[in-house]
Design a protein around this ligand. Structure first.
Ligand code: CMC
Length: 436
C-alpha cells in the first residue's frame, strides 16, 4: 500500500484540536484513512458495526467492485477464469499469485490429488456423530479434528508447515464432505483415486458404491468444478474475516478454518444456497408459478420476516458476476440431464424477472447472488440440499487458507481485537443477596 499525498482532517465541534490522519492507496478501489493512532490522539474509537466502512486488512488476493459487478482473483476477471481454467488452476493462482504453467500445473494437480485420502482413524471419529446430523455440524468437527490428526503441520511460524497444511486442507476437504454424506446415507466410504481429477474424485466419492463401476459425467464434473471456481474466494466476507480473526491469535490453521466453516453455515452467508432451494421448494409446493406474486408481496412486507434468498449482497450493488455464470451452468446442466423443464428453475427465472423490474429491489439495488442458481445445479447433480453449504466450504477453503497465510506474512499483522461503545451499567456495588 502507498501513502497518499492527501491527508484526512478530523475536526470536532466542541473546539478540541483537529487531527490529520494519513491516507493510503491500494492498486485499485477506494483509498483508506489510517485511524490506528486515533485512540492515542483523541481517546475515541470509531463505531462501525458490521464493518460497513472498515478495511480490516490489506490484501492482494481478491478484488470486488460491487457497483460494476466485477470480481477479480489476483487481477484476473472471474468470467475469463471460469471458462479458461479448472478449480486447481484457481487454487494455485489464489495461493501463489500467478497461474501455473504446464509443469507447475501437473505437479500441483498431482500433489493435491495424491493427498486426498484422509487418516484412516478419521472415520472412527466421524462415526461418533448421529447419522442425521447436519453435514455442516459434522464438517466443523472434522476440520477442527484435523489439528489432532495432522499435528505435524501446525507450527504456524514454519513456512513449510503452513504449505503442508494448506495442501492438506484443500485436498482432504472433498473427502471429508463426501464421507459426511456417505455416513448420512449409511453407505460405505469410497476412497479417492489418483487417476481422477479433483472434482471427478469428489463426484465418485459421493456417488459411487462398491457394487458397480462409476463413470464421471464430464458435464456434471465441469459444472461442479465451476461451482468450486465461483466460490473459491471473495475478499473479506464474514467467514474469511472469521478465519483471519481466529487465526490472528496464533492458533493452528485447522482450528482457524473450522471457525470459518461455522461462520459460513449461517443463512445470511453460505447457508443461503440451502435456504434458497428450500424457498423455491416451498413456493412450488404452495402452488408454483401462480404463487410467485403473492410470495414477492411477503418479501416486500418488512413485518413478514421473509427475504428473497439468493438475492442481495453487502458488496454487489449490481448483478453478481458469479450469478450470471451460474445461470449459464444451470441451463447447460439441466439441458444435458434432460431436465430443461425443471419447475424450480422456471420459478427462479420468474422470481428474478419480477425482482429486476420491481421498484423495491431496483431502489435497494438487490440482484441475484451466486446462491440463487447454484442450488438448482447441485440438486440436478444429485447433491442433497443439506450438503450445499458444505460444498461451498470445500470450495472456499483455498480462499480461507490463502487469506490466513497472507495475514501471517503481513508485517503489520496483530491479534484482532475490536473495541466497543459501552452502553451497560455504570460502576455499582454488589448488594447482599437478601437485599436484591
Ligand atoms: N430480500 C428482501 N429484502 C432484502 C434482501 C432480500 N434478500 N436483502 C436485502 N434486503 C433489503 C433489506 O430489508 C434492507 O431494506 P431497508 O433498507 O428498507 O431496511 C435493504 O435491502 C438493505 O439490506 P441489508 O440487510 O441492510 O443489507 P446487508 O448488506 O446488511 O445484507 C445480505 C446483505 C446478503 C445479508 C442480504 O441481502 C440478505 O439477507 N440476502 C439474502 C441472503 C443471501 O442470499 N445471502 C447470500 C449472500 S452471497 C453468498 C455469500 O457470500 O455468502
Amino acid at each position: 500500500m502507498k501513502l497518499s499525498d492527501k491527508k484526512a482532517t478530523l475536526s470536532f465541534s466542541d473546539g478540541s484540536p483537529s487531527i490529520d490522519l494519513p491516507v493510503y492507496q491500494g492498486t485499485v478501489g477506494p483509498d483508506v484513512i489510517d485511524i490506528r493512532k486515533l485512540y492515542g490522539q483523541t481517546g475515541m474509537f470509531t463505531y462501525d458495526p458490521g464493518f460497513l466502512s472498515t478495511a480490516a486488512c490489506a490484501s492482494g488476493i481478491t478484488y470486488i467492485d460491487g457497483d460494476k459487478g466485477e470480481l477479480l482473483y489476483r487481477g484476473y476477471p472471474i468470467e475469463q477464469l471460469a471458462v479458461k481454467c479448472d478449480f486447481l488452476d484457481i487454487c494455485y493462482l489464489i495461493l501463489n499469485g500467478e497461474l501455473p504453467n504446464t509443469k507447475e500445473k501437473t505437479d500441483f494437480d498431482g500433489l493435491v490429488v495424491h493427498h486426498m485420502m484422509v487418516h484412516e482413524q478419521m472415520q472412527f471419529f466421524l462415526r461418533g456423530f448421529r447419522r442425521d446430523a447436519h453435514p455442516m455440524a459434522v464438517l466443523t468437527g472434522l476440520v477442527g479434528a484435523m489439528s489432532a490428526f495432522y499435528h505435524d503441520s501446525t507450527d504456524i511460524t514454519n513456512p513449510q508447515h503452513r504449505h503442508i497444511s494448506a495442501i492438506r486442507l484443500i485436498s482432504k476437504m472433498p473427502t471429508l464432505v463426501a464421507m459426511a454424506y456417505k455416513y448420512s446415507q449409511g453407505q460405505p466410504f469410497i476412497y479417492p483415486r489418483n487417476d481422477l481429477s479433483y472434482t471427478g474424485n469428489f463426484l465418485r466419492m459421493m456417488f459411487a458404491t462398491p457394487c458397480e463401476e462409476y463413470k464421471v459425467n464430464p458435464v456434471v464434473e465441469r459444472a461442479l468444478d465451476r461451482i468450486f471456481i465461483l466460490h473459491a474466494d471473495h475478499e473479506q466476507n464474514a467467514s474469511t474475516s472469521t478465519v483471519r480473526l481466529c487465526g490472528s491469535s496464533g492458533t493452528n490453521p485447522f482450528a482457524a478454518i473450522a471457525a470459518g466453516v461455522g461462520c459460513l453455515w449461517g443463512p445470511a452467508h453460505g447457508g443461503a444456497n440451502e435456504a434458497c432451494l428450500q424457498m423455491l421448494e416451498e413456493i412450488q409446493a404452495s402452488g408454483g408459478l401462480a404463487k410467485v406474486g403473492e410470495f414477492m408481496e411477503k418479501v416486500k412486507d418488512k413485518n413478514s420476516g421473509v427475504r428473497l434468498m439468493g438475492f442481495g449482497h453487502r458488496v454487489y450493488k449490481n448483478y453478481d458476476p458469479r450469478a450470471k455464470l451460474m445461470q449459464e451452468t444451470c441451463k447447460e446442466v439441466l439441458q444435458s440431464l434432460g431436465l430443461e423443464n425443471d419447475p424450480l428453475f422456471k420459478l427462479a427465472m420468474e422470481l428474478e424477472r419480477i425482482a429486476l423490474e420491481d421498484p423495491y429491489f431496483v431502489e435497494r439495488k438487490l440482484y441475484p447472488n451466486v446462491d440463487f442458481y447454484s442450488g438448482i445445479v447441485q440438486r440436478a447433480i444429485g447433491i442433497p440440499t443439506s450438503l450445499f453449504t458444505a460444498i461451498f466450504a470445500l470450495a472456499r477453503t483455498v480462499g480461507w487458507i490463502a487469506q490466513w497465510g497472507e495475514m501471517l506474512s503481513d508485517p503489520e499483522y496483530k491479534i484482532g481485537r475490536p473495541r466497543q461503545l459501552f452502553t451497560g451499567a455504570v460502576p455499582r456495588d454488589v448488594a447482599d443477596i437478601s437485599k436484591r
